[in-house]
Design a protein around this ligand. Structure first.
Ligand SMILES: NC(=O)c1ccc[n+]([C@@H]2O[C@H](COP(=O)([O-])OP(=O)(O)OC[C@H]3O[C@@H](n4cnc5c(N)ncnc54)[C@H](O)[C@@H]3O)[C@@H](O)[C@H]2O)c1
Length: 355
């Protein structure tokens, strides 16, 4: 079921690990680019006001410190939550090696000077719901060698065995093997793969983890404005998958609210130069998709400021805390307000007005 093309994306993700430092920084983030991924980080200002002591947070989709999953983990950790993560098998080894070597030490720093501890890393492939779904080609694939129990149902069981109940479930993952293709050129297989990995995976996660979530818990996912407005370059059915994710957020909020007393929300995040986003696409001699998106946001958003992964982490901390105990079914924009614009300030047709 998991096609070779997904491995191509995986390879691109792994490859981008070594390439990202060489990317030309986008215009808006130049001053902060003092080390790899610097542009994605905002040191939190002070001690968290939210207390999540005694809460357990499972964050699906963490494999390095560049993305939103890591920042959400760090924000929740700063408020006292116990952090456990789910990591995609093809990138598990490189992540574990990084953790062991201390590559993420600096990015683990919390406002009180202590370090975030990831208590446990579970291998998780969110395109498989239960053990029967894993095809032979995956079971025998060398990237999955020595691993078992990485389907959503098995991971939920393992988490239950280790921690009993959890309070916070975060879906911070996406994959679209044909993301660089326009929708008009996307195959059925590519479209459904994007939907499976990026949208149904959230439904399945809540199905399997809901029964082990405490009343008052929160599920959170990450979406992107391409769900509702056309973003050229975000192809392969990824825009469709994000639209599904947002619609499912509302339906799941109703169903999980009534069933388990669990809230379900999604953050529509602005562009961030994460590893996954850096792999989306690049034409020879041009910037990457995500560099264009960051520069466009800086030029056109109501707030002309950099957006860091910690900005999303802090909004996630609010949504996952009891401060948001009556908030469910929302798509919260954390994008410097870009979603509200209907005209591009830097459009050529506006140039004489802007002069
Ligand atoms: N970076 C952006 O500009 C941006 C903007 C809006 C929303 N988002 C969303 O944020 C979320 C996190 O992405 P990110 O950009 O921070 O990058 P990221 O690379 O930190 O996270 C993506 C993760 O998904 C994992 N993954 C891929 N397929 C998987 C599978 N089948 N099972 C389990 N894990 C799998 C990858 O290994 C990776 O760790 C995604 O949903 C993304 O669409 C990102």
């Amino acid at each position: 079921m998991l096609s070779r093309s997904i491995f191509t994306v995986a390879a691109a993700l792994v490859a981008s690990a070594t390439q990202t430092a060489a990317f030309a920084p986008s215009h808006g983030v130049q001053q902060q680019q003092s080390r790899q991924f610097r542009s994605t980080e905002l040191k939190m200002a002070g001690p968290a006001q939210v207390d999540l002591t005694g809460k357990v947070a499972f964050i699906a989709g963490v494999a390095d410190s560049s993305g939103y999953g890591w920042a959400i983990a760090r924000s929740l950790a700063s408020a006292g939550a116990t952090i456990i993560v789910g990591t995609w098998p093809p990138v598990l080894k490189i992540f574990q090696m990084g953790l062991k070597k201390g590559s993420f030490e600096e990015d683990s720093e919390l406002p009180d000077g202590s370090k975030m501890v990831i208590e446990k890393v579970y291998p998780l492939d969110a395109v498989f719901d239960s053990a029967e779904d894993v095809p032979e080609e995956i079971r025998t694939n060398k990237r999955y060698a020595g691993l078992e129990g990485y389907t959503i149902e098995e991971v939920a069981k393992a988490v239950e065995a280790d921690y009993g109940k959890i309070d916070i479930l975060v879906h911070s993952l996406a994959n679209g093997p044909e993301v660089t293709k326009p929708l008009l050129e996307t195959s059925r297989k590519g479209y459904l793969a994007a939907s499976s990995a990026s949208a149904y995976s959230a439904v399945s996660l809540l199905q399997k983890f809901g029964p082990i979530m405490n009343d008052g818990g929160n599920m959170l996912s990450l979406t992107y404005i391409a769900s509702e407005k056309v973003i050229p370059g975000y192809g392969g059915g990824m825009s469709s998958a994000k639209a599904q994710l947002e619609s499912d957020t509302r339906v799941l909020a109703f169903e999980a609210g009534r069933k388990w007393g669990v809230r379900v929300n999604t953050i529509s995040a602005g562009p961030l130069k994460s590893r996954a986003a850096s792999a989306i696409g690049k034409e020879p001699g041009q910037k990457t998709f995500i560099e264009y998106a960051i520069d466009y946001s800086k030029a056109n958003a109501p707030l002309a400021q950099d957006l860091y992964n910690d900005d999303v982490g802090n909004s996630a901390m609010y949504l996952c805390s009891s401060m948001a105990r009556c908030v469910s079914g929302v798509t919260l924009y954390v994008d410097n307000g870009l979603h509200s614009m209907g005209m591009s300030l830097d459009s050529e047709s506006m140039s004489d007005r802007n002069a």
